[in-house]
Each structure stands twice: as structure tokens, then as C-alpha cells.
Design a protein around this ligand. Structure first.
Ligand SMILES: *[C@@H]1O[C@H](CO)[C@@H](O)[C@H](O)[C@H]1NC(C)=O
Ligand SMILES: CC(=O)N[C@H]1CO[C@H](CO)[C@@H](O)[C@@H]1O
Length: 180
């Protein structure tokens, strides 16, 4: 019984923490969805979008759609002629690169009526203020420590840090579940 509940706790915590690793999902306009008569710039204000996060556009199919456009098309509300819109009524767009992104509705005068969204996507890690001298969770041995080159670990490649962070998160999660 104890094993079972401990296991469930681990799963529950992983389920909570996993989105932090995989990216957040933003429902554009929240419960208002993707429609006219909504201030999407106000909605986006104060939100931090990172590479790996996703936007979800919920709307009534055929009444609206979603075009990913450039800044000019956004300003002028001109949907591209050569790119088809997204039309499922629940479109998920993953933010794959940093920079400014623009989305408009291509139906009628909806864009002019405010159905457009401009956001700035940040690189993961950028914009997150690193906490100052807080206790380090993964202590690295000071360089002055007398280590022999034979047993010194090879310098970790920067690409491995993300995976290491994930492993650390899992270990932390399991430890936390043990405490609870
Ligand atoms: C913006 O998109 C429109 C429509 O797809 C295209 O005609 C135009 O050349 C683009 N402008 C820039 C600056 O990329
Ligand atoms: C603990 C240990 O292995 N020390 C060795 C470190 O390397 C130097 C020379 O490279 C040896 O002299 C030490 O015995």
C-alpha cells in the first residue's frame, strides 16, 4: 500500500512538473477564445512566451481561422494568399523560435476589428532573472580542489545541461515524494 501511494505521488508530481520542462500551453483569450471583441494585446501583456510553449486558438469553426503572418500583414490585416489558414477550431501552434510572432483572423474584417495577436517569443533561459546567491542545488566542486586529471569528470557539453536538468528534476521529484 505504501509503495502504491508513494508511486502515485511521484506520478502526480511529475505530471505537475513536466509542463515546466516541455513548455507551457496558452489558450489565446482564455475562456473568450479566438474571436472579435477582445483585446489580445492586453491578454498577452505580462505573459512571457518561451520557445517550446504553445498557443491554442479555440474558436467556432468556419466563423474564424488563424493565419500566421509577418509584421506588415499584421499591421495591414492582409492574410497571405499563398498560405492556407488553420481552420480546425482548436489550433495548437508551438512556438519554435524566438522573436516576434503575429497571428490574425482572415475572415471578414475580424482582424481590423481586433482579432489579431502579436507576441514576442523568448529563448528558453533568457529573460528569467537568475536568483542571486541562493543555495546552489547542484554544487559544483570549486576549481581549487586538488583533482587529478585521471579522475576529474570531463567538461560537460552545454547540450547535456538540459538533459541533466531534467534528470535532476526527476530525482528531486522522487525525493520530494518520499518526504510527503
Ligand atoms: C509579409 O507577408 C506578405 C504576405 O504573405 C508578403 O507578401 C510580404 O512580402 C511579407 N513581407 C515581408 C517583409 O516579409
Ligand atoms: C590522489 C592522487 O591520485 N594523486 C595523484 C595526482 O596526480 C599527481 C601527478 O599527476 C600524483 O603525483 C598524485 O599522486
Amino acid at each position: 500500500m505504501g509503495w502504491r501511494s508513494g508511486c502515485c505521488k511521484v506520478l502526480a508530481i511529475v505530471a505537475i512538473l513536466l509542463p515546466c520542462v516541455l513548455g507551457k500551453e496558452y489558450v489565446v483569450g482564455d475562456e473568450h477564445g479566438w474571436s472579435i471583441n477582445f483585446d489580445y494585446q492586453a491578454w498577452a501583456q505580462g505573459k512571457l512566451f518561451f520557445v517550446g510553449d504553445s498557443l491554442i486558438f479555440n474558436y467556432q469553426q468556419e466563423r474564424h481561422n488563424v493565419f500566421k503572418v509577418n509584421g506588415t500583414a499584421f499591421k495591414e490585416c492582409t492574410p497571405p494568399a499563398n498560405v492556407p489558414p488553420l481552420t480546425t477550431g482548436s489550433d495548437r501552434i508551438q512556438l519554435k523560435s524566438a522573436g516576434k510572432k503575429w497571428y490574425i483572423c482572415g475572415i471578414g474584417f475580424h482582424c481590423t476589428a481586433g482579432q489579431r495577436l502579436a507576441i514576442t517569443v523568448l529563448d528558453k533561459g533568457a529573460g528569467v532573472p537568475s536568483p542571486s546567491p541562493s543555495p546552489r542545488l547542484l554544487p559544483t566542486p570549486p576549481a581549487s580542489l586538488p583533482t587529478n586529471s585521471t579522475n576529474a569528470p570531463p567538461p560537460a557539453p552545454s547540450t547535456a545541461t538540459k538533459a541533466a536538468g531534467f534528470v535532476f528534476l526527476m530525482v528531486f521529484t522522487i525525493l520530494l515524494a518520499g518526504i510527503l
